[in-house]
Each structure stands twice: as C-alpha cells, then as structure tokens.
Design a protein around this ligand. Sequence first.
Ligand SMILES: [Zn+2]
Length: 330
Amino acid sequence: MMAKFIGNREIVDYFEHVLQEKRLGQAYLFWGADAVGKRYFAYLLSRSLLCKNNVYGGCGECKACYKVDKEIHPDMWVYEPANSVITIEQIRTIIQRLRLKPTESEYSIHIVDSVETMRVEAANAFLKIIEEPPLYALIILITTVINSLPATVRSRCQRINFNRIAHQDIYSYLIAQGIDKQNAVIISHWSDGSFSKAMAMDFEQMKAIRNNAVAILRAMIERNQGESFPDFLPPGFKRDKNASSILKMNFRDIVYFLSDLIREAVYIKANNKSLHHPDIFNDMQIVANSREVDTFFSYLVNVEKMKEEYNVFHQDPLLLIQKLILNAHV
Ligand SMILES: [Zn+2]
C-alpha cells in the first residue's frame, strides 16, 4: 500500500528500514507544508503496525486496516484541535488511554494533528507523556509550523520533515487516475506540491478562476494600449454583482494563476511553445507578443507586491486588482 503514497519516498524507505530493524521510536514529530501527506502517512504507519497480515503500509484488506481507515481501531487514536486548540483535556485523555494496554495489537498509537495549537499547560502535561511513555506507546505529532512548538516538546521527538511533492510525482499520479495530460499539467503545477490540493481540485472551477486571471492580465495590457475599462475592472468582473465576493474567495488562486500566466507569456516569447497551459496557447501567444519581456517582469514584481499587501495588510482584493491594472507598467 505504500506504493500509493505520493512523494517523500525517503520517508517511506526510512520507516520501512526502521520497522525491519525493529528500531521504531516512541515519539515522532511529522512536520512540513500543508497537505503533503503527513497525516496520511501517520495512518499508513499505523496500518503497518496494526495490520493482521503484517504488510508495510497495511494490506488494506484485513479488519485492522479497515478499522484504521475508519478511525475506529481501539489501539489508534486521532486528536484534532477543538475550537482551534489542542486542549489540556485532550492531553489528559491521552494519558488515561496510555494507562491501558493495547487490546488488539502491541501498540497504542496516538496521533495529534495541528499540535502547534497546544497551549503552555497542555504542552507541559504532554511533556510528561513523552518523557516516560509505556513501551507500547507510539506518539505522532503533526504540524506545519514546527517553530511554534515549545523547544522542550520538539527536542523529545524524532523530527521527520515532509517535503513538498514534486510536480512530476503529482502529474504521474493524475495520469494514472485517468486525467488527461493537459489537465494533469495544469493541476500538478497549480497544486504547488500539495497532494491534497491536487486531489480536492474541481477542474471546471479551476478553469473559471484561471479565466479570471487571464482577464486581469489582458486588462493590464490593454490599459497600456489606452483602452482602459471604466473603474479599471477586468471584463467579467463588473458585470457580476457577486464579483467582489467571488474574487475574495478565490483570491489566492487568482494571484497564483496571474503569476503563472505571466511566466507562461515570458516562456512563450523565448520558446514559442507552452509551459503549463497548452489548452490556451493561442490566447497566451497573443498576450506574449503584445509586450516586451521586461514589462512582464515588472508585472510579476507588482503581483508579488499585491500578494504581500493582501497577506500582511488584508487589503480588499477588488481594490488591489484595480490598483494592479492601474499601475501596469507602460
Ligand atoms: Zn491489513
């Protein structure tokens, strides 16, 4: 089943080796970017330990594997923040559960997701667990922001760093799932190394978002040609009453596509072929031919600035887009 795990092969290999050598630790800290498979791997590792057929990653067919997948295995527990916090009550629950021996295996596995949300008192209670865990205990902490964890907790865990997944790995997976090549190229780049993001993607929605980004890019160019829009809104936005809220909901993705399309234009200028967006090559070629490379680079700088203004100052997306179009370098 480990073959299904995408990316981070060195972690898969490492734990296979550790299990073969019977050197599994008792407290691990899985850290790395959002949605790169940390939690999924924690489940696969649990299955490896609980599987009745002793298959690395789990056989996927026995009762134990089934129970892990459904989160109903009596020897495996998953904890998530309640109201955005891993509470001291949850930590106390772990302590209580660890007093009991496992019932269907040799392990008592406790997976704590978003562990960085633990407050000081919870962290202190937690330290007691990892200082002297019973032999059957396996604690897996999961976080995206390792530095938010108290150093005392960090230092007592073996840290496993999950990297972003290579575009090529996601691409291969999508192709294996029967997604056509053009779409797989776009999705794998858009997902930016996040497997869950690639999986959760609604392709029609993504294309709609990309169309908005194309419209904004065109507006930036046409502004230079003196055909500015009233209010400097890209076409499509001003017609829709809900434009502002749609823009807000999808702003990060629109910004992503905007940057990616500008790079696409630069690439087309140099190579006369598509980089990530073969399905709109003709449109992008017109965009590419309408400006010099330097201008596109100045667009990229402005998009980066806009991203920062949004992330840091939470400015209104619609205003930011208007400003971007207004400031498009001549
Ligand atoms: Zn199994």
